[in-house]
Design a protein around this ligand. Structure first.
Ligand code: ADP
Ligand code: X15
Length: 398
């Protein structure tokens, strides 16, 4: 049974709260391109402040080496705008400076500590007991009284800031965590047939989830798009031209080709794109996968019209659609067609769940409404819907 904020007396209590505000950044990383995840956590952060807690905020942004790997300064500024309580920022996470910043908090104040992933161990996975002995947890726990985990969207990561603190401090679920688990924990009760639409670029997560939901009989069809669809096409022997292969290889997805191939060999319920869109002479150009010109100098950046028609037919007869990951590079209008058309079809289903940072940003950017549940998490919601456990939730239960 999870303990929640209802079980806590907060006046003057030093609370370490882990949230997930990992967000698309504006070009050049000079600020946030989307603040949906920050808005999602306003309820929990406001409640902690209004009830007199002294709040240290832990969060991550991006991954080492990626363009969106940045400090949390802009996130702290935006939270300060969104909350009535004063929100400070500290460019440290578990050093003496961080402990000083937390110790200096008055009841009702908040301070955002620096990106947890600026420290190598945070990007590693640990058993909870080992995570409790990492520098991050050992450095910060002494100035905290309790730990609250509201980071549902990162709950599938067994990383120190997500699983280590409950080993040392009383652990509680925040309001986002509580709500997401309540809605997503009952997938078996949703109408069938269930169709999963897996796009985006987190190929490893998506291939793993596809295997789980098919193994457990939770999915009647898995539709693939985005980079996931491209990797599945390559796994099936399709020729997508040197530019796509180079993209897949350069982004470290090459190793996923074999895993995707095993999955395709095992399950007939997986669909791959029939056609893709590339850029030619600055224009969108749709090419059937079996007619792909090997010399194509543009990677496959979206799914084409034939794929949209085929997938929309499956979606229209679905009882439940679960969607994570854009169908293409939706940030560019030229390659937003697949995402717009498939997401619009999914929103019309009897029951629809959509999740993920970029996915949620895409539905806002494209103005698509009507989903039954918009989750803050992509990989995390898929993991839960697949019936797999979330390490951060298990750490709270322990
Ligand atoms: N065909 C493609 N080629 C390159 N990038 C793609 C393609 N399709 C989708 N993407 C990218 O996938 C990213 C989002 O993927 P992901 O992080 O998995 O979504 P989420 O954050 O919702 O889980 C977007 O930035 C989008 O540009
Ligand atoms: O954005 C996230 O996951 P999502 O893209 O699956 O929604 C979470 O913040 C986890 O980030 P990570 O996938 O870099 O661990």
């Amino acid at each position: 049974m999870l303990q929640t904020l209802d079980d806590l007396d907060l006046e003057g209590v030093a609370v370490g709260v882990r949230i997930d505000i990992n967000s698309p950044l504006a070009n050049g990383n000079d600020g946030l391109a989307d603040d949906a995840r920050l808005r999602a956590h306003v309820e929990t952060l406001s409640e902690l402040a209004e009830r007199g807690a002294r709040v240290a905020v832990l969060a991550h942004q991006g991954r080492p080496g990626d363009d969106d790997f940045s400090t949390l300064a802009a996130h702290a500024d935006r939270l300060d705008e969104l909350l009535d309580a004063p929100v400070g920022y500290c460019d440290a996470t578990f050093s003496a400076a961080a402990r000083e910043a937390v110790a200096g908090l008055d009841p009702g104040d908040l301070v955002v500590l620096e990106n947890t992933r600026f420290y190598a161990e945070e990007y590693m996975e640990f058993e909870a007991a080992d995570a409790a002995n990492t520098h991050l947890v050992e450095g910060l726990a002494p100035v905290l009284d309790v730990y609250v985990n509201d980071a549902f969207a990162a709950a599938h990561r067994s990383q120190p800031s997500l699983v280590g603190f409950p080993e040392r401090l009383p652990g509680y679920a925040g309001r986002v965590m509580e709500r997401e688990l309540d809605v997503l924990g009952a997938i078996e009760e949703t109408p069938t047939p269930r169709v999963y639409l897996l796009g985006g670029a987190k190929v490893g997560d998506s291939v793993g989830v596809a295997r789980s939901v098919l193994e457990r009989g939770l999915a009647d069809t898995v539709l693939t798009a985005g980079v996931v669809g491209n990797v599945c096409l390559l796994a099936g022997g399709a020729e997508l031209g040197p530019a796509t292969s180079e993209f897949v290889y350069d982004h470290g997805y090459w190793d996923e080709i074999d895993r995707a191939g095993d999955l395709l060999d095992t399950y007939d319920e997986i669909e791959v794109p029939r056609d893709v869109a590339v850029e030619r002479d600055g224009e969108r150009h749709e090419v059937a996968v079996d007619e792909f010109p090997p010399a194509a100098d543009s990677p496959a950046m979206d799914v084409g019209g034939r794929t949209v028609s085929a997938y929309a037919e499956v979606i229209e007869s679905a009882g439940t659609v679960i969607l994570n990951g854009p169908a293409g590079v939706f940030e560019e209008e030229t390659f937003a067609h697949g995402t717009r058309d498939l997401y619009t079809a999914a929103a019309g289903a009897e029951y629809s769940i959509v999740g993920g940072g970029d996915t949620a940003a895409a539905i806002r950017q494209l103005g698509i409404e009507g989903f039954s549940h918009v989750s803050t998490g992509g990989g995390a919601s898929l993991t839960l819907l697949a019936g797999d456990s979330l390490p951060a939730v298990e750490a709270l239960r322990a």
